[in-house]
Design a binder for this molecule. Structure first.
Ligand code: GUN
Length: 340
């Protein structure tokens, strides 16, 4: 049975005062139960592999420079890999590493038989061309699914290593029994990491897909047509209630730490829990959507934090297991809610 999780009692109360009991219809799509379920499946599979006397799958991550957020993400990826029984390795390179040196490191990882999959954490310093770097990764080890070979296969509907964030979003929708087929999915943002692969996956799921971006004219007239709105624009609080239709499902991919009081109060307007947190800590995490503003209009919405973020990490680990199974020619089923 799918558990429906609502916001804290306190927020429910606040919303009820404003909108009667309408808030009861809004589902908050927390990723935790989905992540736990996928993690358990991966763990069992790794235990079964190890029980046959085989080596554990291994994920490596290349971290260039000392950007704090990148370092946090890479540590999370490595630590989740270990939590499910895999090996993990972090290769740290200085900010001034040359493109040639970085690509040489990638060639070592391509050749290393003990590594099943690896990622190069983005963004890279500006003197490095990310496309060249991504293209130097052996596609079978490209667990980010960013190599043109894997992206091409994704658009052909014939794939195995799929970019983690869009793949996690499909799992989330399946978990919460939100139908995709025949629905109008509007994606705001056309990045190679989220927007474009999300469009390909939604098409594979038989949705009707529209991709909007920074040059889209009259954005809200398009987003208001969405049954499912996926927002990945990288701008805090960019989407508000005027951008959505009544009953839409909203997936917020953005995550921003806001320290500016005025911006925090603008994005979290009316959300007493968030604003209290800001007063206590001096900062809050928000998404690309004004969560509280959308809450009484949509039928379901992902929170920030606790929504899409954790799914990205677990999807990467899922891809690592897939890469391992492909290399070892082990059957790999039942890992996902998606039939791929
Ligand atoms: N930077 C932000 N998201 C990602 C991701 O999914 N993979 C990598 N390698 N870098 C990122």
């Amino acid at each position: 049975m799918i558990e429906t999780i609502y916001r804290s009692d306190r927020m429910l109360k606040t919303c009820r005062e404003i909108e009667g009991d309408r808030i009861m219809k809004t589902r908050i799509l927390y990723s935790k139960p989905v992540v736990e379920k996928i993690k358990d499946k991966i763990k069992s599979k790794v235990i079964a592999i190890r029980a046959q006397g085989k080596r554990a799958p291994c994920l490596a991550a290349v971290l260039v420079g000392d950007v704090v957020s990148s370092s946090i993400y890479v540590n999370k990826k490595a630590s989740l890999a270990r939590e499910v029984g895999m090996e993990s390795k972090i290769i740290r390179l200085p900010n001034n590493v040359s493109q040639e040196e970085l690509i040489r490191e990638i060639y070592y990882l391509n050749q290393d038989d003990t590594i099943d999959g690896f990622i190069v954490q983005l963004p890279l310093p500006s003197h490095i061309d990310s496309n060249n770097v991504i293209e130097s990764i052996y596609p079978a080890k490209d667990v980010d699914g960013f190599h043109p070979y894997n992206i091409g296969r994704l658009w052909l509907g014939n794939f195995s290593l799929v970019p983690a964030t869009p793949s996690g979003i499909i799992d989330l929708l399946y978990y919460y029994d939100i139908p995709i087929e025949g629905r109008h999915v509007v994606i705001v943002g056309r990045s190679n990491i989220v927007g474009k692969p999300m469009a390909a996956l939604m098409l594979k799921e038989n949705a009707t897909v529209t991709v909007c971006h920074s040059r889209t004219v009259n954005l809200s007239s398009i987003t208001r047509k969405a049954d499912i709105l996926v927002v990945a624009v990288g701008k805090p609080g960019f989407i508000s209630s005027e951008h959505v239709k009544e009953g839409a499902v909203v997936i917020d991919v953005g995550i921003h730490r806001i320290e500016d009081r005025e911006l925090a109060f603008e994005v979290a307007d009316g959300d007493v829990d968030k604003l209290q947190k800001f007063n206590e800590k001096g900062s809050i995490l928000v998404g690309d959507c004004k969560f509280y503003d959308l809450l009484d209009k949509v039928s379901a919405i992902t929170p920030v934090p606790g929504g899409v973020g954790p799914l990205t990490v677990v999807s990467l680990i899922k891809n690592t297991l897939t890469a391992y199974c492909n290399r070892e020619k082990i059957e790999n089923t039942n890992l996902t809610f998606v039939n791929c």
